[in-house]
Design a protein around this ligand. Structure first.
Ligand SMILES: C[S@@+](CC[C@H](N)C(=O)[O-])C[C@H]1O[C@@H](n2cnc3c(N)ncnc32)[C@H](O)[C@@H]1O
Length: 249
């Protein structure tokens, strides 16, 4: 696992600090001792990931503007995840949750989403962002439909017997090119060890769940995940969504 330190201020939630310290098996230190290390900082605002001058914290309120009525229908993820004439709450698995932003868009559109994240550090940041959002009047209605699960989604999907409508896969963070060109968030998350994800294996596990639809986010010109050709794609400027549909009789 990525080497990481933990720094805590006096105003931090002691129970949260104890949980993180136990989970990552690291002792809290003073911020002055961090030098150029990658570290989690816990203070009254929650948990953030820091290194030098870079800092990031999950914040779903930044997405509220995108999910306003009249705006949300412009989200190309939702064009890809569309179900015609759905008469029930649609159940989705986000098998590669990251900071949960795509899941938030799905949940805002009414999907009930189970989010899997296998990196414990990203899991801590995501859980913290969900916890803070659950205390916010506007966000709480959306995040109530987001259920975080720490662990490997491939293992879960191989055994899953639940009735799932949609499986969403977005396994790759943008490649580190010229750091100035990628968002601060990705510069920091890119410091974490990327999990080895075999696209073919992930797709096979998703198929095993027998969902009606699988949607895969890819770079616009990226190869198909696991080399598997989609039924159709929805193209955006920098990304595309590869869609697979398996209608049930
Ligand atoms: C590109 S990020 C996803 C970003 C996300 N769509 C969002 O909107 O924030 C990919 C994430 O998938 C996670 N991941 C990759 N393989 C996984 C697996 N088998 N199980 C659970 N999480 C996985 C990685 O740790 C990483 O955080």
């Amino acid at each position: 696992m990525t080497e990481i330190k933990l720094c805590v201020t006096e105003s931090a939630d002691a129970v949260l600090v104890e949980q993180i310290s136990k989970k990552l098996n690291i002792k809290p230190q003073d911020e002055a001792e961090m030098d150029d290390s990658l570290y989690l900082k816990v203070d009254e605002s929650g948990v953030s990931l820091k290194k030098g001058k870079l800092e990031m914290q999950g914040d779903f309120s930044k997405l509220l503007n995108r999910v306003k009525p009249g705006k949300i229908s412009q989200e190309i993820l939702l064009k890809a995840a569309k179900f015609k004439g759905a008469t029930k709450v649609l159940k989705a698995i986000d098998a590669t949750a990251g900071m949960g932003e795509d899941s938030f868009i799905l949940a805002a559109a009414g999907f009930d989403v189970t989010l899997f994240e296998k990196d414990p550090i990203i899991g801590i940041l995501l859980e913290d962002a969900l916890r803070r959002a659950s205390r916010d009047e506007e966000l709480s209605k959306i995040v109530a439909r987001m259920h975080f699960m720490e662990g490997d989604s491939i293992e879960y999907m191989r055994k899953c017997k639940d009735d799932i409508d949609l499986i969403y896969l977005d396994p790759m963070f943008p490649e580190r090119t010229k750091s100035g060109l990628i968002k601060k968030k990705f510069q920091l998350l890119g410091q974490l060890e990327a999990p080895a994800t075999d696209g073919e294996e992930m797709f096979a596990a998703a198929r095993n769940v027998n969902p009606v639809k699988i949607v895969i986010k890819r770079p616009a010109k990226g190869e198909n995940l696991g080399g598997i050709k989609p039924h159709y794609s929805i193209d955006g400027k920098a990304i595309r969504y590869d869609c697979f549909v398996f209608p049930r009789s």
